[in-house]
Design a protein around this ligand. Structure first.
Ligand SMILES: Cc1ncc(COP(=O)(O)O)c(C=O)c1O
Length: 479
């Protein structure tokens, strides 16, 4: 009998027609700490992993992320066609390299870089590398974090060169910023720069221009202005910050450049707020980063770093890599990386054009304002940002956190029961006692979905207020 069962199991293992969920691998928890001794059928492994990944939840309902969660099927096709192309092998994949350079040109044009844009319908001259020889220079990155590091490094190198030329000490660089995303804290720590974080004033949603003077000195390598503050989604006033730095230069002689962290706003402002002057139109803006994989509408894994001209990017930072027969300029923290994300970015540019981007971002902004109206009507909330004038998003807090009888963390848990991911989190350092909800409206997050979210918010509020199921829920139980 025992012999017979052993034979059966053996037959199952080798039988290509065995049902996936009756296969030997399915009979146990998956190995977690050691590689299995033997191979397994690909369809079984696929199904088991597919099922495990369901526990991640539904990315489309993750309203905390700025990142792309919806793409057209063609994006997936292009990505899989590029799965074997290494972005760094520019000599071997010259067309991918050319497309990266086209994207840099297109973004430079969007951000009004001096002498950028050749007005053509194609790539124009000078293709072939991420870092362009004339006009604005730039490169793709894995996201805004890497792009921010590159921007910060260029600021540090320029500051040091200026001071060394004058025989001044270079041992205490600092960078001034408001409520930054963690990538700037990393930059400061990894590259030995003091981060002078300007506290968020009561009622403010980001750095205010008049705060800057108290933090800047001769050792300031630059000021980071954020177009789309991570915590509140508002734009910081880049032009006013630039004007404050002009005054500081006139009074003290310190020429402090600006790096704009436009992780999200870099692909929103050009379409929804074209008259807002925040980019290379301001002489003081030396460099800008943005995430292609946020409002750039590319899939995860691409960001952009651009400098207004070659002078803003010290030559020592650009490596001329003699790679497999090619001489290629690169500026990056990593080396190998897939090419598909950059191709997908170019796809989005070609597919949507300026008008298409405007429509997509406008639809998101309209939906954000719709949600703001709903949230306002619900009663217990104070809107910190109502979706007007900056990112398509809403952020709010409890008007009376002590008297409400529940916290925003409780509300997040309630929403999670319906699959919504709307996490609660505290504002940075000086406003740590204020807890907020932030809802990002992105490409693919539709009006109906947000109407359903608003209904669920109301239900959750009722449930938290009474602790008992609502009538609608009771009725639902009968189904
Ligand atoms: C203002 C800001 N800067 C930088 C980043 C980091 O971007 P990425 O995730 O593309 O590295 C974010 C991410 O949310 C952000 O909001």
């Amino acid at each position: 009998m025992a012999l017979h069962r052993a034979k059966d199991q053996h037959a199952d293992a080798d039988d290509p027609y065995t049902d996936v969920f009756a296969s030997p691998l399915s009979a146990h928890a998956l190995p977690k700490h050691r590689m299995p001794a033997e191979h397994a059928p690909p369809d079984v492994v696929y199904e088991l992993l597919h099922n495990e990944l369901l526990l991640d939840g539904n990315a489309a309902q993750n309203l905390a992320t700025f990142c792309t969660t919806w793409t057209e099927p063609y994006v997936g096709r292009l990505m899989s066609e590029c799965v074997d192309k290494n972005m760094v092998d520019k000599d071997e994949y010259p067309q991918t390299a050319a497309i990266e350079a086209r994207c840099v040109s297109i973004i430079a044009d969007l951000w009004h870089a001096p002498s950028s844009g050749n007005g053509d319908g194609g790539g124009g001259g000078g293709e072939g590398g991420g870092v362009r020889p004339r006009g604005a220079v730039g490169c793709s990155t894995t996201g805004s974090s890497e792009a921010a590091m590159l921007g910060g490094l260029a600021l540090k190198w320029r500051w040091r060169a200026r001071r060394q030329a004058r025989g001044e000490p270079v041992d205490r660089p600092n960078i001034v910023a408001g409520p930054v995303q963690v990538c700037w804290e990393k930059f400061a720590r990894y590259f030995d720069v003091e981060l002078r974080q300007v506290p968020l004033e009561p009622g403010a949603t980001g750095l205010r221009a008049e705060q800057v003077a108290a933090y800047v000195d001769e050792n300031t390598i630059g000021v980071v202005a954020i177009l789309g503050v991570t915590f509140t989604c508002a734009y910081e006033p880049v032009a006013e910050i630039a004007a404050a730095l002009d005054r500081i230069e006139a009074e003290r002689g310190w020429d402090v450049p600006i790096h704009v962290d436009a992780a999200s706003g870099g692909f929103v402002a050009p379409f929804l707020h074209p008259d807002l002057v925040w980019d290379f139109r301001l002489d003081r803006v030396a460099s800008i980063n943005a995430s292609g994989h946020k409002y750039g509408l590319a899939p995860l894994g691409v960001g952009w770093a651009l400098w207004r001209d070659a002078d803003a990017l010290p030559a020592e930072l650009v490596f001329q890599v003699d790679y497999l027969g090619g001489d290629v300029p690169t500026f990056a923290l990593n080396f190998s990386r897939p090419g598909g994300e950059v191709i997908a970015q170019y796809y989005a540019f070609l597919r949507l054009g300026r008008a298409g981007y405007r429509r997509v971002q406008q639809a998101c902004a309209d939906t954000a304002r719709y949600l703001a109206t709903q949230v306002r009507q619900m009663g217990p909330f104070t809107l910190l940002y109502d979706g007007e004038g900056a990112l398509p998003a809403v952020s709010y807090t409890l008007t009376d956190p002590r008297g409400a009888g529940f916290s925003l963390y409780d509300l997040s848990d309630q929403l999670r029961m319906r699959g919504w991911q709307v996490p609660a989190y505290p504002l940075p350092a000086d406003r740590h006692d204020t807890v907020v909800h932030r809802v990002l409206i992105r490409h693919g997050v539709g009006r109906d979905e947000i109407a359903l979210l608003a209904d669920d918010l109301r239900q959750a509020l009722r449930r938290l207020a009474t602790g008992t199921p609502t009538d609608a829920e009771r009725t639902g139980f009968h189904h």
